[in-house]
Every structure is written in structure tokens, then in C-alpha cells.
Design a protein around this ligand. Structure first.
Ligand code: ZN
Ligand code: ZN
Length: 561
């Protein structure tokens, strides 16, 4: 078998794998824009889990028929991604068991919104899909009830909060669609009755959590939200795919925190007298915070926030072109827009990119407008995303961060790499570009910009420290708040939010720092290795050409002859 036949056979294996993956996970498929199973809810009985395990074993055996050395570099990465996915999935079923202890996994709200927002061949088809889905809601929550065993208090309360009213907005909008449809009033009534039944099923579930689960938690010893050292290391291995153990990354982060404080002290000393001419400088963290607060007063107006962002995009593009940092020829420009209301009104900025099955759709840079903010909240938000930090944010989200990475990963099309994408690489890249842009002279090395950058990067470092301390080292909230506010210069509300996030998730908070650290390290290694021949632009383009794969896989691919 020569190389190309091996690759061809592997491509067929991948297509079959993906088709079976979607059959097994209709919710995930729908989320990715694969519409074939849109009319199904994702229901997993213990019987279904047995079938899943059997399927994983089949995939696993088939995978063994493709020796890595016979495959192309890109297929080798896909091979490893599938292998890691199978291992992780088995681990989730046998070891992690979130389906037992995390009731917030069960919520139908988003699945219904997804299909309501999607265009189908006809309005009738949309109604058919939704009614079919509605008919499964009762069973969905029955199975959920039976699956839950000894859940954590935090995830139970979250499930109650999220499920309450989870179908309400959907119902209002769907009733409107129904009214406008050409169905007979008899048919309409039938569907409306189904809708009510589904809403009842959701209510039964939240009542069950409130009346049976919460009192049981109050009475007895309950499972902790902290996953502990063993599970943390294992999850870190599957989710991040790092060359390091979690404990090592934690040590690196602690060291980085100290180094960052040191840099901030040096910068503060340089510019202190410009802002506080009559006060002597002393380098404790309180003074650095005072200086940061003063610098943050330079910010966009609440009405021109979106305009300020729009204006920066072409400037960033110009900078990466003029400084020969990375080539950018997007077929489609980035569309900066106000965050749509169905995205939940989360403050801030984010990129939404078309899924692998909706390639022709636009990529959006969503910016939340401050219209509904009180003057105090708007001011606080604008100070956070002040003149300096807003630039770093745009680098991260747009150019050359997430948006550019996306353009490159679309050029190396691999469904496997889009579906099983590595969050540490994706976030790591965006964080890496912040640093790289400043190093290459973006902002003319203005000390204020660097100081703000360090504050921002401290957030990423502390996310890693916090996550490990909470899940492995049993840190209490008080210590966490102290860390984030005193050593990270965060506001109380932000620190509270971060604590909550750490109690509800694990490992994800560590992905940004780990990815960044590994990408930066890889670049520095290659600088040394290639000496004068090293070219930053070529390196960036080569690095991104492998798609959203784990950094250690990319390292291996870049280093082989
Ligand atoms: Zn102001
Ligand atoms: Zn990001």
C-alpha cells in the first residue's frame, strides 16, 4: 500500500467516523450546523452508553489499521485527534461521569433555539422538526432524572437557574411562527398543546431538583465541585493535550506571576511621576493599581465604543502587513456588529465563526453595546476596556488573533480538525498574538500599553493558578478573591465571576495560559534552531497551516524532516 492509498482509505474512514459520530450525538451535530438530526434530542440511557462504548471500540480497532507512518502529516494529526477523542470519551463514561453529578448538562433550551433560528426548505419543515423534537422532551427529562446521582450543590443550583424559563422565550417566538403558518387551526391547537406539555416537563425537572435533590444535599454529605488531583491531571491530559502535566504548568504560572509583577513595577516606576508628580513612588502592588486606575481613565465614549473598534481593524491589518508578520487574504471581511440578543447579552466581545457545515456564512465580531448599562456600569466597563486594553482585545479577537487563525484553518480544510479542535491551541494563539504584536513594536512600546498588557496577561496566568488551586489544592473562596483582587488588580465583580466559573468548570480556565506558553516556547526554540534563517512571518504561516490541532502535535509536524 503506497502513501496515497493509505491516505485515501483513511479519508473514507474519517467520513464514516463523522457520520456515525453525528448519529450518536444529534445535539452536537445540530450545534455544528449538520442538520440531518435536527429533529432529535440528545437522550442517553444507560443502554445508549453501552452502545457508545461498543462503537468506540470498533473505531479504535479500525484506527489500528492505519499505521501513522503511512499517512500524510495532516492525516497523522487527524489520526491522533480521533485517538484522543476515543480515549477521552471512554474516560468520561467510566471515570468522570458528569452525567451523574452535573444536572446542568440537561437543558433543552438551546437546542430548540438553534432550530428556530435555522433556515429550512420551508416553514412547514421547520414546524415539523420542532414538533418532532417537542415530542421527546418528556423522555429527555425522565432519563435525566434517572441519571442524576449525588450531584454537586453548585451544578444543581445552576441547573435550576438555567432550566427555569428555559423554553419561555422560545415558546413566545415559536407561537408567532405558528400563527403565521398555513396550518389549520386544529393542527395549531395540537402543536400548542404539545408545547405546553414540554414546558411542563421542564417544570417537573426543576421542581424535582428543588424539592428532592437540594434537600438531600442539605441533609447529607454532598459531592464536592472540586474534582481533585487525579481527575484534574487526567482531564488536563485529554482536554489540553499538553507536553506538560497540569502540576508543572501550575508551577510555571506561579513563576510567571512573579515575573509579571516585577515587570509592572519597573514600568510603573518609569511613568509614575507623569501621573502623580507630587507623590514619591514606592513599588508595592497597591501603587501599581492606583496607576492602572489612573491610566484607565482614557477610554472610548459609551456611544462610540463600536466605532472605536471598527476603526481599529484596518489599522491592525495595516500593521501586520507592513511589519511582515503574517499574510492575510480573506475572501470575506470580518463583520463587526452589535451582539445579537439571542446570544444572551453577555458583556464584552467575541468572534462567531461559521461552523464546518456553513462555510459560506460570514464571520462576525460581536460587540455588546452599552445602551442598557447604568452610567456607573458603563463607566466601569469602559475603564476596563480603556484606550489601551481595547487594542489588546482587538488583537486577541480579530487581527492577528482568532479571526486570522480561523482564516488559516479554513484554508487547510479538515472536518476532524474543526470538530475536534483544540481549545488550548486556539486560545493560546490569540494570547500569543497580543504579546507578539507588542514585541514587534505595535503601539511604539508605549509604557502605558505594556503596563495594561501585563495586567491583562496576568488574568490569563491567574486563571491557571486559580483553577489548579481550587480543584487540586482545596483553596477557599477568600484566598481566591485575595489572589485575583490584590495580585491580579481585578474588580470585585470580576473576581466573584471567576470564582463561580472555577466552581462550575475545570481545566478550561487553564487552556489559555498553557496554549500560549507552549506556542511561545515553540517559537523561541525554532528561533534558536534556525538562527539567522528564522523568519517570523513564515513561521506564523507554517504554524497555522496545521489547523486547530494541539500544540505538541504541531511541534512534531513542524520538526520532522
Ligand atoms: Zn470615564
Ligand atoms: Zn479568545
Amino acid at each position: 500500500m503506497n502513501v496515497s492509498t493509505a491516505d485515501q482509505n483513511f479519508d473514507s474512514y474519517k467520513s464514516k467516523f463523522i457520520e456515525q459520530l453525528w448519529q450518536m450525538n444529534p445535539g452536537w451535530a445540530s450545534h455544528q450546523g449538520y442538520t440531518k438530526y435536527d429533529d432529535l434530542l440528545d437522550i442517553k440511557t444507560p443502554e445508549d452508553r453501552k452502545k457508545q462504548i461498543a462503537q468506540y471500540e470498533i473505531w479504535q480497532n479500525e484506527l489500528k489499521g492505519f499505521p501513522l507512518e503511512k499517512l500524510s502529516v495532516l492525516n497523522r494529526i487527524d489520526h491522533k485527534l480521533i485517538q484522543n477523542y476515543i480515549n477521552a470519551s471512554l474516560w468520561h463514561i467510566h471515570r468522570y461521569k458528569a452525567y451523574e453529578w452535573n444536572p446542568s448538562m440537561y437543558n433543552v433550551g438551546e437546542a430548540f433555539f438553534k432550530v428556530l433560528k435555522r433556515n429550512y426548505s420551508s416553514p412547514k419543515e421547520k414546524i415539523r422538526i420542532i414538533t418532532n423534537k417537542l415530542s421527546q422532551v418528556e423522555k429527555y427529562y425522565e432519563v435525566a432524572k434517572l441519571s442524576i446521582k449525588n450531584p454537586t450543590r453548585e451544578h444543581t443550583l445552576l441547573a435550576i437557574e438555567q432550566n427555569k424559563n428555559s423554553l419561555n422565550d422560545f415558546c413566545i417566538q415559536f407561537k408567532d411562527t405558528l400563527e403565521k403558518s398555513e396550518l389549520s387551526s386544529e393542527e395549531k391547537n395540537k402543536i400548542t398543546a404539545q408545547l405546553e406539555k414540554a414546558k411542563n416537563a421542564v417544570n417537573h425537572f426543576t421542581t424535582f431538583l428543588e424539592k428532592e435533590i437540594v434537600p438531600a444535599i442539605d441533609k447529607g454529605a454532598t459531592r464536592s465541585f472540586r474534582i481533585g488531583k487525579e481527575l484534574y491531571e487526567e482531564k488536563f491530559g485529554f482536554d489540553i493535550v499538553s507536553q506538560h502535566k497540569a502540576s508543572t504548568v501550575y508551577e510555571i504560572a506561579l513563576k510567571r506571576k512573579e515575573e509579571t509583577h516585577q515587570k509592572m513595577k519597573e514600568l510603573s516606576e518609569k511613568i509614575w511621576s507623569k501621573y502623580f508628580p507630587n507623590e514619591p513612588f514606592n513599588s508595592d502592588l497597591k501603587n501599581i493599581r492606583k496607576l492602572i486606575d489612573k491610566i484607565a481613565l482614557r477610554h472610548a465614549h459609551r456611544d462610540s465604543f463600536l466605532t472605536a473598534i471598527k476603526k481599529q481593524i484596518p489599522e491592525l491589518l495595516k500593521f501586520i502587513t507592513e511589519h511582515n508578520l503574517i499574510g492575510m487574504d480573506a475572501d470575506k471581511p470580518l463583520v463587526v456588529r452589535e451582539t445579537p440578543s439571542y446570544m444572551g447579552g453577555v458583556a464584552g466581545a467575541s468572534i462567531s465563526s461559521p461552523g464546518p457545515y456553513e462555510k459560506n456564512a460570514d464571520t462576525y465580531y460581536n460587540v455588546t453595546l452599552l445602551n442598557h448599562y447604568s452610567p456607573e456600569d458603563a463607566e466601569s466597563y469602559l475603564r476596563e476596556y480603556n484606550h489601551y486594553l481595547l487594542q489588546v482585545l482587538n488583537i486577541h479577537e480579530a487581527i492577528p488573533g482568532h479571526y486570522v487563525q480561523l482564516v488559516y484553518s479554513n484554508k487547510a480544510p479538515s472536518l476532524i480538525k474543526s470538530i475536534l479542535d483544540n481549545g488550548a491551541m486556539v486560545e493560546g494563539w490569540a494570547v500569543y498574538t497580543e504579546r507578539m504584536m507588542l514585541e514587534e513594536g505595535y503601539g511604539n512600546n508605549e509604557p502605558e500599553l505594556w503596563l495594561m498588557y501585563y495586567k491583562w496577561s496576568l488574568r490569563v496566568t491567574l486563571n491557571t493558578i486559580l483553577d489548579y488551586q481550587v480543584h487540586v489544592l482545596n483553596f477557599q473562596k477568600e484566598d481566591a478573591m485575595k489572589l485575583l483582587m490584590e495580585e491580579g488588580f481585578q474588580e470585585k465583580a470580576e473576581a466573584e465571576g471567576k470564582w463561580r466559573r472555577a466552581t462550575l468548570s475545570s481545566v478550561q480556565l487553564a487552556s489559555y495560559f498553557t496554549g500560549f506558553t507552549e506556542i511561545y516556547r515553540l517559537r523561541e526554540d525554532h528561533k534558536i534552531k534556525h538562527g539567522e534563517k528564522f523568519n517570523l512571518r513564515q513561521w506564523h504561516e507554517k504554524f497555522l497551516s496545521y489547523g486547530s490541532a494541539p500544540v505538541p502535535y504541531i511541534r512534531e509536524a513542524m520538526e520532522e524532516k
